[in-house]
Design a protein. Structure first.
Length: 390
């Protein structure tokens, strides 16, 4: 089983990620991890924090001589902004005046501020927002880069693109090669495959910025060349579509998830949405004439591309704040403002890629097993022969 967890606060010393279950012998490309972290920081509509942080991962355990050793991997991403916060959020007890603690008592609507403060009995949302912040996804992206490298050993690749920002939406399907290209394009402002649509998306971001507002959108993640048979129909928590939906919904500000053409299918007839099956004798493969199911049937991968969309709400920190209530005085006030972005759709898609990669890699290891990469490959190749002979 592939497991991971993260630790760290938005303005703390660092973010940490721990990954266990990787087979021994996997070559680790540290620059690829850092490229993924860089991709997360890009995008039209990002705020000043991205000018401070230049995220890079330092691996402390689990990798030696460039390869995994079968032990848990531990890595650290420094928060450069810590220099501005170490007197405000020290680890040690402090006698500093309360005015220096930058308490947050005016919770932001839509954020974890109030619910988290009530849950943990804080009359200060600072400790809640520090962990609830989407800054935490940097650690997920670093962990996901290991999963991506494992999957790529067996031909599976993952990429994403932006389908919608505000009211501007891509009205056509994108090919895998288009998605792959724009996903890797560090100069693309919103990672939309269509240049004209992207300009409309940029205009939506500009409107939000001018109004002191924020804007959400939709991103699509595609896993290409996924083997048949990952996941299971046998138990509810083994269904891979359910696991992927949970993983993507866990990304901050994602409020809905769609697999394949799920939303459109809900308003259609069965004859309009099922993917008809044929058999390609030359390739000795079953084929589907479409992929409305998003590569998953009965909770099991069917050999088509896995396609999943995340619906990202506008983030909760607005320069033009909304009304709220002071948690201490209970009087109406304006919501607190923390330095923030105003569009994070491309960044959300990179975090989403990481979560999809981690779930798929775990399902892959559950299916094929193996303590070393060589053992895993033998098991995979044996199964591939079974599929060829089916």
């Amino acid at each position: 089983m592939l497991r991971f967890c993260t630790a760290g606060e938005s303005h703390g010393q660092a973010l940490l990620a721990f990954v266990s279950g990787l087979p021994a012998g996997l070559a680790v490309d540290v620059e690829l991890i850092n490229r993924e972290l860089h991709r997360r920081q890009l995008g039209y509509g990002r705020g000043g924090r991205q000018k401070i942080e230049k995220d890079r991962a330092d691996i402390f355990a689990g990798v030696r001589h460039g390869r995994t050793i079968g032990a848990p991997v531990a890595l650290r991403i420094e928060n450069r902004d810590w220099a501005n916060w170490q007197k405000i959020l020290p680890v040690e007890a402090t006698s500093a005046p309360e005015a220096e603690s930058r308490k947050l008592v005016a919770p932001r609507p839509g954020h974890a501020d109030l619910a988290g403060s009530q849950k943990f009995n804080f009359h200060d949302a600072r400790f809640v927002l520090e962990r609830a912040s989407a800054r935490e996804t940097a650690a997920r992206v670093a962990a996901g880069a290991f999963a991506k490298q494992l999957l790529k050993q067996f031909g599976t690749e993952i990429a994403s693109h932006t389908i919608q920002v505000g009211h501007a939406r891509l009205e056509r399907s994108a090919t895998w090669h288009e998605i792959q290209a724009v996903s890797e394009d560090l100069e693309s402002p919103l990672r939309c495959v269509d240049a004209q649509t992207q300009e409309k998306m940029k205009a939506e971001v500009d409107v939000a910025l001018k109004a002191g507002d924020t804007v959400g959108g939709v991103f699509e993640i595609v896993a290409h060349n996924v083997p048949v048979g990952l996941g299971s129909h046998a138990q509810w928590d083994e269904k891979l579509d359910g696991r992927l939906a949970q993983a993507l919904m866990s990304v901050q500000a994602v409020k809905a998830v769609e697999i394949g053409s799920g939303v459109l299918a809900a308003g259609s007839y069965g004859s309009e949405v099922q993917d008809e099956i044929s058999y390609d004798k030359a390739a000795a493969r079953f084929r589907r004439g479409s992929n409305r199911a998003g590569g998953l049937e009965g909770g099991i991968t069917n050999g088509e591309d896995v396609a999943i969309r995340g619906y990202l709400k506008p983030i909760s920190t607005l320069r033009k704040p909304l009304g709220t209530v002071d948690m201490v005085t209970k009087e109406p006030v304006q919501a607190a403002y923390e330095r923030s972005d105003w569009c994070v759709v491309p960044a959300g898609s990179v975090a989403g890629e990481a979560m999809v990669a981690l779930v798929l890699a775990d399902a892959f290891l559950q299916k094929f097993g193996g303590d070393s990469l060589a053992e895993l490959r033998r098991n995979f190749e044996s199964y591939a022969r079974q599929i060829d002979e089916f």
